[in-house]
Every structure is written in structure tokens, then in C-alpha cells.
Design a protein around this ligand. Structure first.
Ligand SMILES: [Zn+2]
Length: 575
């Protein structure tokens, strides 16, 4: 290796002596490998080992030592709704020096102490899976380390040095993952050496890492790579169908936002066994979207279409266009994401779903909102506390926001005589967000007035701030859309206590009351299809020591306007 002084002086020389000499020196330099060796803030070497039938992921860290003999690593014990993540560390040792390793659950830190004045330190730890029952949604955020594969989120796999710089240069060395074994993650696919330069620590820690017997499918969209990583056989669909869905969805969305800037993106799908019902989890991460699904016939393509479209849209709504105040602006970040999920799918006939799907989705939104007991609360009540503790508050911003977007989209189209739509507003908003503006009331109104100058027509105060219902009958009439007025809504008709063992409230006049559900009844067993008025509720209740079998349809009739799903309407909506 030539020394750096030589390289710098030769560059100075070239200025005097011309381009030709620079080229010669440049070539010479290359020949003798003139570049100083890159110093990484941290290097990780990862190997999967079978130690007495215990599967471990061994991670060896190499990093510059601190002159005072102490390095602090971030490694949370409690995060993403999980507790005791430190239990997944099988061992942790400093290599080659005498020192001490202590793990602090409370602060989420690992403290390394070693002799002063070392140049580098080597530290090794091994991770294990800390449960032995089959995988279900309760464990998908814990490390899964099995003989066939591993599935670990970055914050759990990599202890990260706490340093006073905004970004880190990180190198990953994967040992022993030879084909057909794969290594696949938020930063690349099947590279045994990964060099990740100038990454913010939180961005690095918000990532998925997997390896083993995954099946990797590659898609190219305008020179950018999109990957789908799955494993095993799927009951309800083939990996090829999922690949087609991902390709179509990504293309349509990138075209919509006129944004083909992301060179690498991956979606991961981890299947797990489940006998009854469906469950899934999805998390948007750095360059990726990680999902876990129950692999059975209760899950269908339409759910997947919805999930992929909704989650991938968050790349722009939610990530690029960021809320100023999380929960208060969920009507936008969740509601508008939901609306564009339906609109994009229908407009581009993803999985064969078209205008009929759009109409039935809007009707479902209207019915679902109407079925909420809190449907008219002001937006200020959609706060952290209510949102994260009450399932009704969790649904409200999706339904209310999506319906508001529907209203705005067609009101803009009508007012501008077809010249503009909500799409133009969204693109304008993205440009404003890229200039450093966060999404809030002021930004929304400032840009919305470019399309609807009349504040009353925008209706923000009424429909969002005050939570008044959008008068859909008037809206449909103004748009020349045919509608009907009587509809069946889902209504369970009673409320449980917290652990769902007792009936604490019965809605008067409800089907549940007519079927004989009474306040104070103890719930011995139940079968409820939440949100579905077509499926009978089955309850076994106990009252004064006597058992009662109860059966009823959880529904009520309501006088609300919904769209007729006919050809005239499908054409009139001009998707
Ligand atoms: Zn969402």
C-alpha cells in the first residue's frame, strides 16, 4: 500500500504538469493499491452455527477502541412491543483481551470495558431463539433462528456503538451462507460482503435480515431492483402470483408519484402455521417491507392486494410526506393511503379488480364508519391515548380520512371540469414535503385552496375537525351517481369487559338484546366474525349458574346512502 502523503503530493504536481502525468500517476497508484484502507465504524462477521443442537447466530464485531477503555452499545431489551429481548443473547465476550461485558436491560445498553489505549476491539455474541412453540404473530418480532432459516430484525441482530456522529459506515461479512442458502436483507441480496456507508443509526436499526432456505425473486422496474423473499409453499397462492402483484403495484405507484428514485427495495414474506382464521403482520422498514402471514386458506389474494398496496404507498404518504402530529393527522396518512389503495388498484385493475371493487370499497367505508359508536367525535379526540387503547379509535381515521379523500377527489374533478383531481394535489404536497414541510392543517389548507378556493367546499372544519358526517346523498346527487338508501350494518350489540369474560353493556334494541344477551352475563365461549353482518354470532353465556346458548346475526338496518354498484356508476366515476 502506498502512503497517503505520496498520493496527495502527486495530485498537486498534476496541476502544474498537465492531465497526461495525472493519468500516469493515477494508473501507477491503482497498480500499487494506493487507496488508504477504509476504516469502518463497525464491522460485523455473522455465522450460523449448530451448537449441541442449539441454533445460534454468532456475531463478531470489530470496532475502534475508545482510549478510555469503555464502549457503549445500543441493544434494546424492550422495544416494538417486545420485552426481555436480552434473553435472546446466549453469550457475549470480548476477544483477545481481559475485560468486562455488562448488559443493562433498563437503559437498553451493553457496556464493554477493556484495557486503555487499544487500537481495535473484537467482541463476540451469539443469539438464540428464546421460545420453542410454533411461530405465530406473538413472536414474529423476536429473533427466529431455526436450522432451516433465520428471520431477525436489525435492532435485535446488531448491537450498535453509541457514537456522537449522525451516520456510520458499517461492513457486514456473512460467513458460510453458500448457495442454495441465501442472505437477504434491507440492504441487498446474496452478497457475502455488504458495505453500508453513511447510514443513520436509526435507519440501520430499522431493517430486516434473513437467511437460509428463502426463495428470492428479482424484479427490475426502470433499472431499479425490487425483490420478493418468501419461503416454503404457500397454500392460497404461488410465489409467482405474489411476484406479479409486487411488480404491478410497485410500477403503478412509482409511476403515480413520478418517482423511480429508489435503487433497491425488498418485500419479505414469512409464512407460519395457523389452523383457524388468518393473521398477518407487516412493518415498513428501511428499503423494505417485512411481513409474516398465517399460511392457510383463510387468507386470500384480495387481502394481499390490499396489504401490499396500502403498505407500499406509505413510502410516500407517511414517510416522504410526514405528519407533524402523528395520531392527529392519521385521517390523512392512513385515510388517504387507504383511499389511494382502492383507487390505484381499481384504476390499474390489479389482480383483475376494477371499478366495481372501488364502489364496493367506498360503500364498505361508509357502512364501517356508520357502524362505529364514536363516528362523530372531533378529530382532536384521535390522540395517542385513545388511538392505542380503543379499537374503534384505531379504525376511525382510516374510514373518515378515506371517505374525505373520496369526497375531495370528485369535488375537485367537478369544480375544475375534469382538469384536476386529488392526484394533482397529492403531487403538489409531495413537492412541498420534499422542501422540508411537514404535513399539518396549514399545509393541507394552503395547497387545497389551489384546487378548491371555497373553504366551505373543502369542508375541513366540518368533516375532519368537528367530525360531522359527509352528506353522501347530496354528494352523490351532485355527482350524478345513483344510490340507494337502506342498508345493513354490522352491530355486535354488546360490549365485553377487558378480558372478554363478561358482558358489561347491551345496546338497547339491538339483535344481541333480542337474542337474550344481558348485562352481567359471563362469557364461557364465543365465535364472532368482527365486522361481518352475514356471519352468526355464537355465544355460550352463564347467568345465575345456568348456561345459555345464544345465536344471532350482528346487524342493524340504517338509513344511509350508498352507491349502486351498476355499470352507469362504474363509468361515471371515470377511474
Ligand atoms: Zn397504514
Amino acid at each position: 500500500m502506498c502512503d497517503i502523503t505520496f498520493f496527495v503530493s502527486s495530485l498537486t504536481q498534476t496541476k502544474k504538469m498537465g492531465q497526461r502525468i495525472f493519468t500516469i500517476i493515477g494508473v501507477l497508484c491503482l497498480l500499487i493499491n494506493c487507496q488508504p484502507e477504509k476504516i469502518w465504524d463497525v464491522e460485523y462477521e455473522i455465522t450460523q452455527v449448530d451448537q449441541d443442537s442449539l441454533q445460534l447466530l454468532k456475531v463478531k464485531m470489530t470496532l475502534p477502541a475508545d482510549s478510555c477503555g469503555q464502549t457503549i452499545l445500543t441493544y434494546q431489551d424492550r422495544t416494538w412491543g417486545e420485552e426481555n429481548l436480552h434473553n435472546t443473547v446466549h453469550y457475549a465476550n470480548l476477544l483477545g483481551v481481559k475485560g468486562e461485558v455488562s448488559m443493562d436491560k433498563k437503559t437498553g445498553q451493553v457496556i464493554l470495558q477493556y484495557p486503555k489505549n487499544l487500537e481495535n476491539i473484537e467482541f463476540e455474541y451469539a443469539l438464540k431463539q428464546d421460545f420453542d412453540h410454533p411461530i405465530n404473530t406473538s413472536v414474529t418480532y423476536r429473533p427466529i433462528i431455526l436450522p432451516e432459516y433465520f428471520h431477525v430484525f436489525s435492532h435485535n441482530l446488531f448491537m450498535l456503538p453509541e457514537v456522537d456522529v449522525p451516520t456510520l459506515d458499517i461492513r457486514l461479512l456473512w460467513k458460510g451462507f453458500d448457495a442454495p442458502q441465501v442472505v437477504h436483507n434491507s440492504f441487498g441480496s446474496n452478497s457475502s460482503i455488504q458495505e453500508i456507508v453513511a447510514i443513520a443509526p436509526e435507519e440501520f436499526h430499522s431493517a430486516i435480515f434473513l437467511g437460509g432456505d428463502f426463495n428470492i425473486q428479482e424484479i427490475t422496474i426502470q433499472d431499479n431492483k425490487v425483490f420478493l423473499a418468501t419461503r416454503g409453499d404457500w397454500v392460497p397462492f404461488t410465489p409467482e402470483e405474489m411476484k406479479t402483484l409486487l411488480e404491478k403495484t410497485s410500477t403503478v405507484q412509482r409511476d403515480f408519484w413520478n418517482d423511480h428514485s429508489q435503487p433497491y427495495f425488498t418485500v419479505t414474506m414469512q409464512p407460519f402455521e395457523q389452523e383457524l382464521g388468518s393473521s398477518c403482520q407487516g412493518t415498513g422498514l428501511t428499503n423494505s417491507f417485512a411481513t409474516s402471514f398465517s399460511n392457510n386458506n383463510y387468507i386470500d389474494m384480495e387481502q394481499m392486494v390490499h396489504l401490499f398496496n396500502h403498505e407500499l404507498l406509505h413510502n410516500w404518504i407517511g414517510h416522504r410526506i410526514q405528519n407533524d402530529n402523528e395520531e392527529l393527522e392519521y385521517w390523512f396518512s392512513e385515510g388517504f393511503t387507504e383511499y389511494y389503495t382502492y383507487k390505484n388498484v381499481a384504476k390499474h385493475k390489479i389482480n383483475g379488480l376494477g371499478a366495481a371493487f372501488f364502489i364496493s370499497s367506498m360503500n364498505d367505508m361508509i357502512k364501517n364508519l356508520e357502524a362505529l359508536s364514536i363516528k362523530e367525535v372531533p378529530n382532536s379526540e384521535v390522540n395517542y391515548n385513545n388511538f392505542w387503547t380503543n379499537p374503534e379509535y384505531q379504525k376511525l381515521p382510516y374510514f373518515r380520512g378515506a371517505l374525505y379523500a373520496f369526497y375531495l377527489d370528485y369535488t375537485i374533478q367537478k369544480t375544475s371540469q375534469g382538469k384536476y383531481s386529488l392526484d394533482d394535489f397529492m403531487l403538489e404536497l409531495l413537492a412541498a414535503a420534499d422542501e422540508g414541510n411537514k404535513f399539518n392543517r396549514e399545509l393541507f389548507l394552503e395547497h387545497m385552496t389551489h384546487y378548491l378556493p371555497d373553504a366551505d367546499q373543502i369542508g375541513y372544519t366540518r368533516f375532519i375537525e368537528n367530525g360531522n358526517p359527509i352528506p353522501f346523498q347530496d354528494f352523490f346527487e351532485a355527482q350524478g351517481l345513483a344510490y340507494e338508501n337502506n342498508t345493513i350494518l354490522y352491530e355486535l350489540g354488546f360490549a365485553f369487559n377487558k378480558d372478554q369474560t363478561e358482558v358489561v353493556r347491551v345496546v338497547s334494541g339491538s339483535a344481541a338484546e333480542k337474542a337474550g344477551v344481558q348485562r352481567g352475563d359471563l362469557v364461557l365461549s364465543r365465535s364472532i366474525w368482527y365486522g361481518n353482518p352475514e356471519k352468526e354470532v355464537q355465544l355460550t353465556l352463564s347467568r345465575n349458574g345456568e348456561e345459555h346458548q345464544i345465536l344471532y346475526y350482528p346487524r342493524r338496518e340504517a338509513e344511509i346512502a350508498i352507491l349502486k354498484n351498476n355499470q352507469e356508476n362504474q363509468q361515471q366515476l371515470k377511474l
